[in-house]
Design a protein around this ligand. Structure first.
Ligand SMILES: CC(C)(COP(=O)(O)OP(=O)(O)OC[C@H]1O[C@@H](n2cnc3c(N)ncnc32)[C@H](O)[C@@H]1OP(=O)(O)O)[C@@H](O)C(=O)NCCC(=O)NCCS
Length: 274
C-alpha cells in the first residue's frame, strides 16, 4: 500500500474523540489512566460528546435530568419488552437492544420532539404573554407529531413527579447563572398554554422537563433521545437481570390463562365456497 492509500484509509475513520496507539488510549487528548478515578461517568459522557469536560454545575444538572428517566416499572414498554426478551433465551445485550429499540417518538423518544418544539418556539420568539394564543400555536405546531404536544401528558400520572423536581433544580441553576433559563421558562409556559387552549390540564412529563434542561446545556434534540437511551438503559439492565434470575421461560405479555379477542372470520374450511 503506498502512502496515498494509507492516508485515505486513515482518513476513512478520522475522529476527534479517541486516539488509540500501542500502550496509549486518549479521550479528547486526556490519557485514560489520568481520567480513571478522577472524573465521573457524566463528565466522561460530556467529554466524549462535547469535546471538553463540563463544569461541576453542568455535570450535576445533566446527571439530575438523566436520573429521572432511568426506569418506569415493568409496564413501560421499554422495560416490559426487555424482560420478555431475556426469557426467550437471548443474552443481555439483545434484551437491552430490544428495550432501547422501542424508545420511539411516543415512548421516551418524545424528548427529541419536545426539544425540537421548545427550541422552535424560543428561536421564533413566539409570544408567551397570552396563554390561549400560545396554546393554539403549540397545538398547530404539534400537528406534525400527530396532534399530541410532545413532552406533555402521561398515561399513569396526573402529575409526573419527576418534572417538578427537575424544574426545581433547573430554576436553582438559573438563579446561580449556570444556565439562561429560556427553554425552562418556555416549557412551563407551554404547560399553561395547553391547559388554556384545551380547557383542561395536560401536565408536563419528564421528557419536556429533561429536554428543556438538555437544551439549556447546549444539547441538540437528537442527543436528547440519545441521553434518554443511556438513562433508560440502566433500568432496562436492572429489569432484564432481575428477570433472568427467575425460572420463567418465554414470558408473554400476559399470564397464559389470559385470552385475547379474536375478531377474524368464523372457523371455515377450504372446501366451503368463498
Ligand atoms: C403520553 C400519552 C401517550 C398519554 O396519552 P393517553 O393516556 O392516551 O392520554 P389520553 O388519551 O388519556 O388523553 C386524554 C386527553 O388529553 C389529550 N392529550 C393527552 N396528551 C396530550 C398532549 N400531549 N397534547 C395534546 N393533547 C393531549 C388527548 O387528546 C385527550 O383529549 P380528548 O379527551 O379531548 O380526546 C400522551 O399524553 C402523549 O402522546 N403525549 C405526548 C408524547 C409524550 O410526551 N410521550 C412521553 C410520555 S412519558
Amino acid at each position: 500500500m503506498d502512502h496515498t492509500q494509507n492516508a485515505e484509509v486513515a482518513d476513512w475513520w478520522r475522529t476527534s474523540i479517541c486516539e488509540v496507539k500501542p500502550n496509549s488510549i486518549r479521550m479528547r487528548g486526556y490519557a485514560i489512566e489520568e481520567l480513571i478515578g478522577r472524573i465521573g461517568f457524566i463528565d466522561m459522557l460530556w467529554l466524549l460528546v462535547r469535546g471538553d469536560l463540563p463544569t461541576a454545575e453542568q455535570a450535576r444538572l445533566l446527571e439530575a435530568a438523566m436520573l429521572g428517566g432511568v426506569d418506569h416499572g415493568p409496564h413501560a414498554p421499554s422495560i416490559a419488552i426487555a424482560r420478555m426478551a431475556i426469557t426467550c433465551g437471548v443474552s443481555m445485550n439483545t434484551a437491552v437492544a430490544e428495550g432501547v429499540g422501542v424508545l420511539g417518538d411516543i415512548h421516551g423518544g418524545a424528548i427529541e420532539q419536545s426539544m425540537e418544539l421548545l427550541r422552535g418556539l424560543v428561536d421564533d420568539a413566539v409570544a408567551t404573554d397570552d396563554p390561549a394564543a400560545l396554546g393554539r400555536e403549540v397545538l398547530e405546531r404539534s400537528k406534525v407529531y400527530g396532534g399530541f404536544v410532545p413532552g406533555y401528558g402521561h398515561r399513569f400520572h396526573q402529575r409526573d413527579p419527576r418534572s417538578p423536581r427537575v424544574l426545581e433544580l433547573a430554576e436553582e441553576a438559573v438563579r446561580r447563572g449556570d444556565i439562561d433559563g429560556k427553554y425552562v421558562r418556555m416549557a412551563q409556559q407551554v404547560e399553561a398554554a395547553i391547559a388554556a387552549a384545551k380547557g383542561k390540564p395536560i401536565p408536563m412529563n419528564v421528557d419536556a422537563a429533561a429536554g428543556a434542561v438538555y437544551l439549556e446545556l447546549g444539547f441538540d434534540p437528537p442527543m436528547g433521545r440519545a441521553l434518554l437511551v443511556l438513562s433508560r438503559s440502566l433500568g432496562i439492565v436492572a429489569h432484564a437481570w432481575e428477570q433472568s434470575t427467575r425460572k420463567e421461560r418465554i414470558k408473554g405479555p400476559v399470564p397464559k390463562s389470559s385470552r385475547y379477542t379474536y375478531e377474524g372470520p368464523a372457523p371455515r374450511t377450504l372446501s366451503e365456497p368463498t
